[in-house]
Design a protein. Structure first.
Length: 247
């Protein structure tokens, strides 16, 4: 019980600092891509920030594992977190650090009960759109046959890809860029499914609420009709008694 309370307290106290670190990671990841002429010192500083943020999330995972009352079950139910922590160690690619940080931020945001589904979906759309644009721009800008050269092109391509419109005016030409495209397509379909299911659930709940209210009113009318019937029967009985007394 104390371990569960300690884990909940750790998650509650570290949520905002980790989200702030995620914002710092966003800036550090975006600066070298947007400012292609950034110097070596600035690029190195941004790389250090990215690794520091990833390390903070790794420490967070280890602390939650240590505070978990059943650690094997924690690892089994939080395998995505484990993969996100281990992923950047397999190969020092900036894209892997970006993917792992996105996964960890999403998992921690989902633990917060005060974050509603709509807010989470909106944040996921903005995050995927932004990181997808930066990621595809970083791998496609220097491609000989690439046609995604500016941030505007990348944002437009990410938006059309996530919404599964796919105009085709901009498309990745490298293998890594196409992998990013597949990820955005699947994410867009999943988010659209979540939004659709959320809207459908709202309508169903609304209809059920109206149905419950209608049944309540029907029962109230039936009870009132029964009371009126009993009252009429009582009035008729009293009238009969008075007639008998007069006769």
């Amino acid at each position: 019980m104390n371990d569960q309370w300690g884990q909940a307290r750790w998650e509650r106290h570290t949520q905002r600092p980790l989200l702030a670190l995620a914002v710092a990671f966003t800036v550090a990841y975006a600066v070298p891509i947007v400012d292609h002429s950034a110097g070596r010192s600035l690029t190195y500083a941004c790389t250090v920030v990215e690794w520091v943020v990833w390390a903070a999330f790794a420490v967070d995972y280890l602390m939650r594992l240590a505070l978990a009352p059943r650690r094997r079950e924690f690892v089994r139910t939080h395998w995505v977190d484990l993969c996100a922590v281990v992923l950047p160690l397999l190969q020092p690619l900036r894209l892997l650090r970006m993917v792992s940080t996105l996964l960890l931020v999403g998992r921690r945001a989902r633990m917060a009960s005060q974050i509603r589904l709509t807010t989470y979906v909106a944040g996921a759309v903005i995050g995927l759109l932004m990181f997808g644009s930066l990621a595809v721009l970083s791998v496609e800008r220097d491609s000989p046959n690439g046609n995604i050269r500016t941030l505007g092109d990348a944002v437009w391509w990410s938006f059309t890809t996530m919404t599964t419109v796919g105009y085709g005016d901009h498309a990745p030409t490298t293998g890594l860029g196409r992998m990013i495209a597949v990820g955005l397509m699947l994410s867009g379909i999943a988010l659209l499914g979540v939004v659709t299911a959320n809207i459908a659930a709202w309508f169903i709940a609304r209809f059920e609420k109206d149905d419950v209210e209608e049944r309540r009113q029907t029962r109230a009318i039936a009870d009132l009709a029964e009371e009126v019937r009993l009252l009429r029967a009582e009035v008729a009985r009293l009238a009969d008694e008075r007639e008998q007394q007069r006769s």
